[in-house]
Design a protein around this ligand. Structure first.
Ligand code: GRF
Length: 204
């Protein structure tokens, strides 16, 4: 059966990428296949995870090139590989409005809170969990959403709640949100969107 060709964009450790690769290996994402992992950082461990899984690992520098030139090279790499869906998996750059418009409804991101809480510019990594604890919410979680020109502002695809526990620190909360929510819903969302795309393409 035909699969949607997916590119994962990464900058760091890549545990969400790993969750998607593992789900694929278990046959849980039959509509999608990660064809390439692209990093803007040379040393990103996520590239190693890609190689381990037998997936092409590509480094496109950001800092030397600037955003425009980076995106030009990125688009070329995506086109050369006939990529149809982009998954942001700990990718630490903001993509331009021109790029997100070009791939409208084709770029997924995961954010470690229940959007619209604790999201948008400046909310990344431990800051998100610190903000949730400072506010005193009793429930947080993770959200998979489409990416548009507004940071964390695109249509929501899937969410999962995680309860705050007494004594939680940003670090313990981050780990639990990853384990209980992010690694669970990201592969599910990738499969859901890919299956819908295949359905819409029909026999094309
Ligand atoms: C995760 O917390 C994710 O929610 C956010 O960036 C982090 C990436 O971690 N978008 P990893 O590289 O997947 O381990």
């Amino acid at each position: 059966m035909r699969k949607i060709k997916v590119a994962a964009l990464v900058s760091g450790g890549g545990t969400n990428l790993q969750a998607i690769l593992d789900a694929g290996a278990r046959g849980e994402t039959p509509s999608a296949e990660v064809a390439v992992v692209i990093s803007d950082r040379a040393g990103a461990y996520a590239l190693e995870r890609a190689r381990e899984a037998g997936v092409e690992a590509l480094y496109i520098p950001f800092t030397d090139l600037g955003r425009e030139a980076f995106e030009e090279r990125l688009i070329r790499a995506l086109q050369e590989r006939n990529i149809e869906m982009i998954v942001l998996a700990g990718f630490m750059r903001i993509l331009s409005p021109a790029f997100t418009a070009r791939y409208a409804d084709r770029i997924l991101n995961i954010h470690p809170s229940l959007i619209p809480s604790f999201c948008g510019e400046g909310y990344y990594g431990l800051r998100v969990h610190r903000a949730a604890l400072d506010y005193g919410v009793k429930v947080t979680g993770a959200t998979v959403h489409f990416v548009n020109e507004v940071p964390d502002g695109g249509r929501i695809i899937m969410q999962r709640a995680v309860y705050i526990e007494d004594g939680d620190t940003p670090e313990t909360l981050q780990k639990r949100v990853m384990r209980e929510a992010e690694w669970v819903i990201y592969p599910l969302a990738v499969e859901a969107v890919a299956a819908k795309m295949l359905n819409e393409y029909g026999e094309k």
